[in-house]
Design a protein around this ligand. Sequence first.
Ligand code: FAQ
Length: 311
Amino acid sequence: TEINLEEHFQNKIDSEIRIEPKDWMPDAYRKTLIRQISQHAHSEIVGMLPEANWITRAPTLNRKKILLAKVQDEAGHGLYLYCAAETLGVTRDQTINDLHSGKAKYSSIFNYPTLTWADIGAIGWLVDGAAILNQVPLCRASYGPYARAMVRICKEESFHQRQGYELMMKLAQGSPEQKAMAQDAFNRWWWPTLMMFGPKDADSGNTELSMKWRIKRFTNDELRQRFVDVSIPQAEYLGLTIPDPDLKFNKETGHYEFGEIDWDEFWKVVKGNGLCNKERIETRKKAFDDGAWVREAATAYHEKRKLREEQ
Ligand code: FAQ
């Protein structure tokens, strides 16, 4: 019966036994995984755009090679994640349609513009740093295909984070203009990065069940706090000023206390009204339309080979 199935399912989760595509799972578990994994895939794919904006303007050949490789990695991450979502019974066309129609979300962070070269450093250091903190626990997510995809993704993200920090270090130790550029990028990316972890726990409707099902292992606020605690010493090492007048270290708890996040801005961006939301979706739709001939050619070639094999 349904009750026994559900009990058996939860027992498996509680004993750290992975759930695999053909196993029984509650509808709500399937639904929330499709939601999270496809949103995650869209974030990787839309997340290529702000950085791709600088590939042609990278200051040296070496920086261009590094950035190209990073953006390509993100395409790969998106593809693994779309495949993981497909194992739950949705098609690629459905998920991509949901992105293009505005039904599916993707991370708020990718709706901010990359104005200077220092933004590429800030994204690598902060955005990839936040992504790693959020994703390392997802390597232990209860759903097998998602957890396994995350292992490789995290290895690549950690290289991305290091290249970003190294880029920031070069700028921070450079000319006064370069240092000012690094500070300006830090000022603009710090708060949006804190928003990547999602709403406060009290406003996070999905957390309770996702924790019970061990999709999430930590809450939004726990991961955000950890990010602040590791990033502040990194900013200090760079000699940058943290754009938060309320920030202070609490010796008793061993944690940094930080100012209030602008939640109105967060929801505005999540609802589609950030600086770049419209441009990002337009760009994705155009890329999809421009690539139609490739998909058609691949399908035609597949059909032709099948016919030949049958002869
Ligand atoms: N932006 O109840 P919760 C990357 C939505 S890293 C937009 O707390 P949940 C790598 C949320 O969907 C970025 N929407 O939700 C990279 C929900 O709405 P829904 C991607 C957000 O799922 C680096 C509602 O608010 N990483 O791409 C955001 O328990 C550099 C209530 O929220 C992932 O996706 C937001 N920031 O927790 C690529 C990681 N936050 O769906 C290129 C996997 C929340 O009910 C360059 N995802 N919402 O309509 C997760 O860990 C979780 O889904 C959270 C949200 C933590 C993001």
